[in-house]
Ligand binder design. Sequence first.
Ligand code: PHE
Length: 337
Amino acid sequence: MLTDITAARDAALAEIETADTLESLSTLTTRLSGKKGDLARLKTKLGSLETVDEKKAAGQAINEAMTAVSAALDGRRSLLASQAMAEQIEAERLDLTEFVGKPARGHAHLVTQAWERLEDVFIGLGFQVAEGPEVETDWHNFEALNMSEGHPARGEFDTLFVDHVPPDGRVGTTLLRTHTSPVQIRTMLESEPPIYIVAPGRVFRRDTPDATHMPVFHQIEGLVVDRNITMADLAGTIEAFTKAFFGPGFTSRLRPSYFPFTEPSAEFDIQRPNGDWIELGGCGMVHPNVLRAGGLDPEEWSGFAFGFGIDRMAKERHGVEDIREMYTNDIRFLEQF
Ligand code: PHE
Protein backbone atom coordinates (compact mmCIF):
# COMPACT_ATOMS: atom_id res chain seq x y z
CA MET A 1 0.00 0.00 0.00
CA LEU A 2 2.68 2.47 1.03
CA THR A 3 4.60 1.73 -2.18
CA ASP A 4 1.45 2.39 -4.20
CA ILE A 5 0.96 5.69 -2.42
CA THR A 6 4.53 6.79 -3.10
CA ALA A 7 4.24 5.70 -6.72
CA ALA A 8 0.94 7.56 -7.18
CA ARG A 9 2.43 10.68 -5.59
CA ASP A 10 5.58 10.57 -7.72
CA ALA A 11 3.57 9.99 -10.88
CA ALA A 12 1.35 12.95 -10.03
CA LEU A 13 4.33 15.22 -9.27
CA ALA A 14 6.03 14.20 -12.53
CA GLU A 15 2.88 14.92 -14.52
CA ILE A 16 2.51 18.34 -12.86
CA GLU A 17 6.05 19.19 -13.95
CA THR A 18 5.18 18.48 -17.58
CA ALA A 19 2.02 20.65 -17.67
CA ASP A 20 3.14 23.64 -19.74
CA THR A 21 -0.03 25.69 -20.05
CA LEU A 22 -2.53 26.95 -17.50
CA GLU A 23 -5.29 25.06 -19.38
CA SER A 24 -3.55 21.68 -19.23
CA LEU A 25 -2.68 22.28 -15.57
CA SER A 26 -6.31 23.03 -14.85
CA THR A 27 -7.43 19.75 -16.46
CA LEU A 28 -4.74 17.92 -14.51
CA THR A 29 -5.82 19.57 -11.25
CA THR A 30 -9.38 18.35 -11.76
CA ARG A 31 -8.17 14.82 -12.43
CA LEU A 32 -5.58 14.56 -9.59
CA SER A 33 -7.72 16.06 -6.85
CA GLY A 34 -11.03 14.53 -7.94
CA LYS A 35 -12.62 11.38 -6.56
CA LYS A 36 -11.16 9.36 -9.39
CA GLY A 37 -7.61 10.44 -8.70
CA ASP A 38 -5.16 7.68 -7.79
CA LEU A 39 -4.68 8.92 -4.25
CA ALA A 40 -8.42 9.30 -3.69
CA ARG A 41 -8.92 5.76 -4.94
CA LEU A 42 -6.21 4.41 -2.61
CA LYS A 43 -7.96 6.18 0.25
CA THR A 44 -11.14 4.17 -0.40
CA LYS A 45 -9.06 1.01 0.04
CA LEU A 46 -7.87 1.91 3.55
CA GLY A 47 -10.74 -0.15 4.99
CA SER A 48 -9.34 -3.33 3.50
CA LEU A 49 -6.12 -3.05 5.49
CA GLU A 50 -5.70 -5.55 8.36
CA THR A 51 -4.36 -3.64 11.36
CA VAL A 52 -5.09 -0.25 12.90
CA ASP A 53 -1.40 0.65 12.65
CA GLU A 54 -1.33 -0.16 8.97
CA LYS A 55 -4.48 1.98 8.42
CA LYS A 56 -3.00 4.81 10.41
CA ALA A 57 0.32 4.74 8.55
CA ALA A 58 -1.32 4.49 5.13
CA GLY A 59 -3.88 7.25 5.95
CA GLN A 60 -1.09 9.54 7.05
CA ALA A 61 0.96 8.77 3.93
CA ILE A 62 -2.04 9.50 1.68
CA ASN A 63 -2.68 12.85 3.42
CA GLU A 64 0.98 13.81 3.09
CA ALA A 65 0.99 12.79 -0.57
CA MET A 66 -2.18 14.80 -1.24
CA THR A 67 -0.68 17.86 0.47
CA ALA A 68 2.50 17.48 -1.62
CA VAL A 69 0.45 17.16 -4.83
CA SER A 70 -1.69 20.21 -4.12
CA ALA A 71 1.39 22.25 -3.16
CA ALA A 72 3.02 21.19 -6.45
CA LEU A 73 -0.15 22.19 -8.35
CA ASP A 74 -0.17 25.61 -6.66
CA GLY A 75 3.51 26.17 -7.35
CA ARG A 76 3.17 25.13 -10.96
CA ARG A 77 0.09 27.35 -11.41
CA SER A 78 1.78 30.49 -10.16
CA LEU A 79 4.86 29.77 -12.27
CA LEU A 80 2.78 29.32 -15.44
CA ALA A 81 0.67 32.38 -14.59
CA SER A 82 3.69 34.63 -14.27
CA GLN A 83 5.16 33.22 -17.49
CA ALA A 84 1.87 33.91 -19.29
CA MET A 85 1.86 37.45 -17.93
CA ALA A 86 5.43 38.05 -19.07
CA GLU A 87 4.55 36.75 -22.54
CA GLN A 88 1.53 39.03 -22.75
CA ILE A 89 3.56 42.06 -21.69
CA GLU A 90 6.18 41.21 -24.27
CA ALA A 91 3.53 40.75 -26.96
CA GLU A 92 1.78 44.02 -26.18
CA ARG A 93 4.90 46.05 -25.77
CA LEU A 94 4.93 49.27 -27.80
CA ASP A 95 8.01 49.85 -29.82
CA LEU A 96 8.87 53.41 -28.95
CA THR A 97 12.31 53.38 -30.47
CA GLU A 98 11.08 55.19 -33.57
CA PHE A 99 10.33 58.24 -31.40
CA VAL A 100 13.83 58.39 -30.06
CA GLY A 101 15.96 61.01 -31.72
CA LYS A 102 14.46 64.03 -33.44
CA PRO A 103 10.69 63.74 -33.70
CA ALA A 104 9.00 65.49 -36.61
CA ARG A 105 7.40 68.53 -35.01
CA GLY A 106 4.95 70.98 -36.49
CA HIS A 107 5.08 74.71 -35.89
CA ALA A 108 2.83 77.72 -35.99
CA HIS A 109 1.62 78.89 -39.40
CA LEU A 110 3.58 81.85 -40.74
CA VAL A 111 0.61 84.16 -40.34
CA THR A 112 0.24 83.04 -36.72
CA GLN A 113 3.96 83.64 -36.23
CA ALA A 114 3.63 87.19 -37.59
CA TRP A 115 0.48 87.77 -35.48
CA GLU A 116 2.25 86.65 -32.30
CA ARG A 117 5.39 88.66 -33.01
CA LEU A 118 3.29 91.75 -33.68
CA GLU A 119 1.53 91.28 -30.34
CA ASP A 120 4.90 90.84 -28.62
CA VAL A 121 6.33 94.00 -30.16
CA PHE A 122 3.27 96.10 -29.24
CA ILE A 123 3.07 94.65 -25.74
CA GLY A 124 6.71 95.68 -25.44
CA LEU A 125 5.68 99.22 -26.41
CA GLY A 126 3.08 99.25 -23.61
CA PHE A 127 -0.05 98.25 -25.57
CA GLN A 128 -2.71 95.80 -24.48
CA VAL A 129 -4.34 93.25 -26.80
CA ALA A 130 -8.07 93.66 -27.49
CA GLU A 131 -10.47 91.74 -29.67
CA GLY A 132 -13.90 91.97 -31.20
CA PRO A 133 -16.36 89.75 -33.08
CA GLU A 134 -15.86 88.71 -36.70
CA VAL A 135 -19.59 89.04 -37.35
CA GLU A 136 -20.34 92.72 -36.84
CA THR A 137 -23.15 95.20 -37.04
CA ASP A 138 -23.23 97.80 -39.79
CA TRP A 139 -23.12 100.39 -37.00
CA HIS A 140 -19.79 99.23 -35.54
CA ASN A 141 -18.18 98.49 -38.90
CA PHE A 142 -19.30 101.66 -40.74
CA GLU A 143 -21.71 104.05 -39.07
CA ALA A 144 -19.73 104.67 -35.87
CA LEU A 145 -16.57 105.01 -37.97
CA ASN A 146 -18.00 108.09 -39.67
CA MET A 147 -19.30 106.21 -42.69
CA SER A 148 -23.03 106.62 -42.61
CA GLU A 149 -25.33 105.01 -45.15
CA GLY A 150 -24.52 106.13 -48.65
CA HIS A 151 -20.97 107.22 -47.79
CA PRO A 152 -18.87 106.58 -50.92
CA ALA A 153 -16.05 104.99 -48.88
CA ARG A 154 -18.35 102.07 -48.08
CA GLY A 155 -17.99 101.04 -51.69
CA GLU A 156 -14.29 100.39 -51.16
CA PHE A 157 -15.07 97.72 -48.62
CA ASP A 158 -16.51 94.87 -50.66
CA THR A 159 -18.74 93.77 -47.87
CA LEU A 160 -20.04 90.26 -47.23
CA PHE A 161 -23.43 90.49 -45.55
CA VAL A 162 -24.82 87.85 -43.25
CA ASP A 163 -28.25 86.34 -43.75
CA HIS A 164 -29.53 87.39 -40.35
CA VAL A 165 -32.45 89.51 -39.24
CA PRO A 166 -31.38 91.49 -36.17
CA PRO A 167 -33.89 92.41 -33.41
CA ASP A 168 -34.49 95.81 -35.03
CA GLY A 169 -35.54 94.02 -38.22
CA ARG A 170 -33.06 95.88 -40.41
CA VAL A 171 -32.12 93.21 -42.95
CA GLY A 172 -28.63 93.54 -44.42
CA THR A 173 -27.10 95.29 -41.41
CA THR A 174 -25.20 92.26 -40.10
CA LEU A 175 -21.93 91.59 -41.88
CA LEU A 176 -18.51 90.00 -41.71
CA ARG A 177 -16.26 92.81 -40.52
CA THR A 178 -14.34 94.33 -43.41
CA HIS A 179 -11.58 95.65 -41.14
CA THR A 180 -10.52 95.53 -37.49
CA SER A 181 -11.52 99.19 -36.97
CA PRO A 182 -14.86 98.31 -35.28
CA VAL A 183 -12.73 97.13 -32.34
CA GLN A 184 -11.82 100.83 -31.86
CA ILE A 185 -15.48 101.58 -31.19
CA ARG A 186 -16.03 98.58 -28.93
CA THR A 187 -12.92 99.41 -26.90
CA MET A 188 -13.91 103.06 -26.42
CA LEU A 189 -17.41 102.02 -25.35
CA GLU A 190 -16.14 99.39 -22.95
CA SER A 191 -13.21 101.12 -21.30
CA GLU A 192 -12.08 104.50 -20.07
CA PRO A 193 -9.08 106.32 -21.54
CA PRO A 194 -6.13 106.23 -21.47
CA ILE A 195 -6.46 103.53 -24.12
CA TYR A 196 -3.42 101.84 -25.69
CA ILE A 197 -4.57 98.73 -27.53
CA VAL A 198 -3.83 96.61 -30.56
CA ALA A 199 -6.48 94.29 -31.99
CA PRO A 200 -5.31 91.59 -34.36
CA GLY A 201 -7.95 89.55 -36.12
CA ARG A 202 -9.58 88.06 -39.16
CA VAL A 203 -11.36 90.29 -41.66
CA PHE A 204 -13.41 89.58 -44.78
CA ARG A 205 -13.96 91.18 -48.18
CA ARG A 206 -15.75 90.07 -51.33
CA ASP A 207 -12.51 89.74 -53.28
CA THR A 208 -11.41 87.20 -55.86
CA PRO A 209 -8.21 85.54 -54.66
CA ASP A 210 -5.09 86.60 -56.57
CA ALA A 211 -1.39 86.95 -55.78
CA THR A 212 -2.02 89.88 -53.40
CA HIS A 213 -5.65 89.43 -52.28
CA MET A 214 -7.63 86.89 -50.30
CA PRO A 215 -11.30 87.21 -49.31
CA VAL A 216 -10.28 86.29 -45.75
CA PHE A 217 -7.19 87.97 -44.37
CA HIS A 218 -5.80 89.43 -41.15
CA GLN A 219 -5.30 92.92 -39.87
CA ILE A 220 -3.92 94.43 -36.73
CA GLU A 221 -5.59 97.58 -35.48
CA GLY A 222 -3.98 100.05 -33.12
CA LEU A 223 -5.80 102.64 -31.03
CA VAL A 224 -4.41 105.20 -28.63
CA VAL A 225 -6.69 107.62 -26.82
CA ASP A 226 -5.25 109.91 -24.18
CA ARG A 227 -4.84 113.60 -23.45
CA ASN A 228 -2.76 115.69 -25.85
CA ILE A 229 -2.00 112.94 -28.33
CA THR A 230 -0.59 114.36 -31.57
CA MET A 231 0.44 113.22 -35.02
CA ALA A 232 4.04 113.17 -33.73
CA ASP A 233 3.06 110.41 -31.27
CA LEU A 234 1.62 108.46 -34.17
CA ALA A 235 4.73 108.87 -36.34
CA GLY A 236 7.01 107.99 -33.41
CA THR A 237 5.00 104.86 -32.58
CA ILE A 238 5.04 103.67 -36.20
CA GLU A 239 8.81 104.27 -36.39
CA ALA A 240 9.47 102.46 -33.08
CA PHE A 241 7.33 99.57 -34.23
CA THR A 242 9.06 99.38 -37.65
CA LYS A 243 12.48 99.09 -36.06
CA ALA A 244 11.34 96.62 -33.41
CA PHE A 245 9.57 94.35 -35.84
CA PHE A 246 11.68 94.52 -39.00
CA GLY A 247 15.04 95.49 -37.58
CA PRO A 248 17.13 98.64 -37.06
CA GLY A 249 17.93 98.89 -40.81
CA PHE A 250 14.27 99.69 -41.58
CA THR A 251 12.57 103.06 -41.42
CA SER A 252 9.03 104.40 -41.96
CA ARG A 253 7.21 107.33 -43.51
CA LEU A 254 3.68 108.70 -43.55
CA ARG A 255 2.01 109.79 -46.80
CA PRO A 256 -1.15 111.93 -46.82
CA SER A 257 -4.24 109.87 -47.51
CA TYR A 258 -7.91 109.69 -46.70
CA PHE A 259 -9.98 107.56 -44.35
CA PRO A 260 -13.41 108.63 -43.08
CA PHE A 261 -12.53 107.67 -39.50
CA THR A 262 -9.26 109.58 -39.18
CA GLU A 263 -8.43 113.23 -39.79
CA PRO A 264 -5.77 113.89 -40.87
CA SER A 265 -5.14 110.47 -42.45
CA ALA A 266 -2.02 108.87 -43.83
CA GLU A 267 -0.73 105.71 -45.42
CA PHE A 268 2.41 104.42 -43.85
CA ASP A 269 5.24 102.82 -45.74
CA ILE A 270 8.37 101.12 -44.55
CA GLN A 271 11.71 101.25 -46.26
CA ARG A 272 13.88 98.19 -46.64
CA PRO A 273 17.66 98.50 -46.07
CA ASN A 274 17.98 98.19 -49.90
CA GLY A 275 15.93 101.37 -50.33
CA ASP A 276 12.63 99.81 -51.51
CA TRP A 277 9.44 101.24 -50.05
CA ILE A 278 6.59 98.92 -49.10
CA GLU A 279 3.09 100.15 -48.34
CA LEU A 280 1.95 98.69 -45.03
CA GLY A 281 -1.29 100.25 -43.92
CA GLY A 282 -3.40 103.24 -42.99
CA CYS A 283 -3.39 105.52 -39.98
CA GLY A 284 -4.37 108.91 -38.70
CA MET A 285 -5.75 110.98 -35.86
CA VAL A 286 -9.07 109.59 -34.61
CA HIS A 287 -11.90 111.66 -36.14
CA PRO A 288 -13.95 113.63 -33.57
CA ASN A 289 -17.13 111.88 -34.78
CA VAL A 290 -15.51 108.52 -34.03
CA LEU A 291 -14.53 109.61 -30.51
CA ARG A 292 -18.13 110.76 -29.99
CA ALA A 293 -19.50 107.43 -31.27
CA GLY A 294 -17.20 105.79 -28.72
CA GLY A 295 -18.76 107.93 -25.98
CA LEU A 296 -15.76 110.27 -25.58
CA ASP A 297 -15.58 114.06 -25.65
CA PRO A 298 -13.24 115.19 -28.47
CA GLU A 299 -12.53 118.39 -26.52
CA GLU A 300 -11.00 116.34 -23.74
CA TRP A 301 -9.49 113.36 -25.55
CA SER A 302 -7.50 112.85 -28.69
CA GLY A 303 -5.96 109.82 -30.24
CA PHE A 304 -4.50 108.05 -33.21
CA ALA A 305 -5.31 104.79 -34.93
CA PHE A 306 -3.63 102.57 -37.45
CA GLY A 307 -4.44 99.37 -39.25
CA PHE A 308 -2.44 97.10 -41.48
CA GLY A 309 -2.42 93.66 -43.01
CA ILE A 310 -0.72 90.85 -41.11
CA ASP A 311 -0.66 88.53 -44.13
CA ARG A 312 1.16 91.17 -46.12
CA MET A 313 3.75 91.53 -43.38
CA ALA A 314 4.35 87.78 -43.33
CA LYS A 315 4.57 87.86 -47.12
CA GLU A 316 7.12 90.68 -47.09
CA ARG A 317 9.15 89.23 -44.27
CA HIS A 318 9.55 85.84 -45.94
CA GLY A 319 9.57 86.98 -49.56
CA VAL A 320 6.48 84.93 -50.45
CA GLU A 321 5.54 85.64 -54.06
CA ASP A 322 1.87 84.68 -53.98
CA ILE A 323 -0.28 85.23 -50.89
CA ARG A 324 -2.48 82.27 -51.89
CA GLU A 325 0.44 79.94 -51.14
CA MET A 326 -0.06 80.73 -47.47
CA TYR A 327 -3.56 79.22 -47.48
CA THR A 328 -3.35 76.16 -49.70
CA ASN A 329 -1.74 74.34 -46.78
CA ASP A 330 0.80 72.52 -48.87
CA ILE A 331 3.12 71.07 -46.24
CA ARG A 332 6.14 71.47 -48.54
CA PHE A 333 5.52 75.21 -48.58
CA LEU A 334 4.65 75.57 -44.90
CA GLU A 335 7.64 73.54 -43.69
CA GLN A 336 10.00 76.22 -44.95
CA PHE A 337 9.02 78.75 -42.29
N1 PHE B 1 -9.35 100.18 -41.47
C1 PHE B 1 -8.51 100.68 -42.52
C2 PHE B 1 -8.47 99.67 -43.66
O1 PHE B 1 -8.88 98.56 -43.50
C3 PHE B 1 -7.10 100.94 -42.04
C4 PHE B 1 -7.01 102.04 -41.02
C5 PHE B 1 -7.13 101.74 -39.67
C6 PHE B 1 -6.82 103.35 -41.41
C7 PHE B 1 -7.05 102.77 -38.73
C8 PHE B 1 -6.73 104.35 -40.48
C9 PHE B 1 -6.85 104.06 -39.16
O2 PHE B 1 -8.06 99.98 -44.75
